[in-house]
Write a protein that binds this ligand. Structure first.
Ligand code: HEM
Length: 146
């Protein structure tokens, strides 16, 4: 491919949202469903599963809605005024559980295998960072005054 053609293709990719690059609604739904299927079936994610309600149906919808708006697709989930980080702030999330979340999500993305590998890897990487940031930081031990 000529340099010019490379540049045009690069610009077209840059103009697309991550949502479009990943494959839109169909791919986001597939990733979300695979994520909860793994959480329900693999004991490696037992601690994470135990934190959730018995029926994961509403979570499948909610996480798909969040990921859709977050990645640049329709923002209905955000329009309802929800804030994903605030919802997790009060949760006692252990490092082990955050790692389970990130591992199940990375596996779900790898299994669905969006054609745009660069964006798929970026999504898995950023979600891992977000999950890690949900582990509450221990309050530092205050130095004694005497
Ligand atoms: C770090 C590990 C995480 C744990 C342990 C965790 C746990 C939970 C739990 C227990 C709920 C409530 C579920 C229920 O009612 O059954 C929830 C809700 C939710 N989580 Fe997480 N979560 C984690 C990370 C994340 C991350 C990284 C995201 C998104 C990037 C996310 C997105 C959501 C969404 C969208 C909801 C639904 C909120 C709603 O509609 O009410 N979670 N999470």
């Amino acid at each position: 491919m000529s340099d010019e053609a490379d540049q045009i293709e690069g610009e077209q990719v840059a103009r697309k949202t991550p949502y479009e690059r990943l494959g839109g609604r169909e791919v986001i739904l597939a990733i979300t469903n695979r994520f909860y299927d793994l959480m329900e079936s693999d004991p490696a994610y037992a601690k994470l599963r135990a934190m959730h309600a018995a029926d994961l149906g509403p979570m499948r919808e909610s996480l798909a809605g969040f990921l859709t708006g977050w990645s640049g697709g329709p923002r209905d989930w955000f329009a309802s005024g929800k804030c994903m980080m605030s919802m997790h702030r009060g949760m006692p999330i252990a490092r082990e559980t955050a790692d389970q979340w990130a591992a199940a999500m990375a596996r779900a993305i790898a299994d669905v295998a969006p054609a745009d590998r660069v964006m798929a890897d970026a999504m898995a990487g950023v979600l891992e960072e977000i999950a890690g940031s949900m582990v509450p930081v221990e309050a530092p031990v205050e130095a004694s005054a005497d």
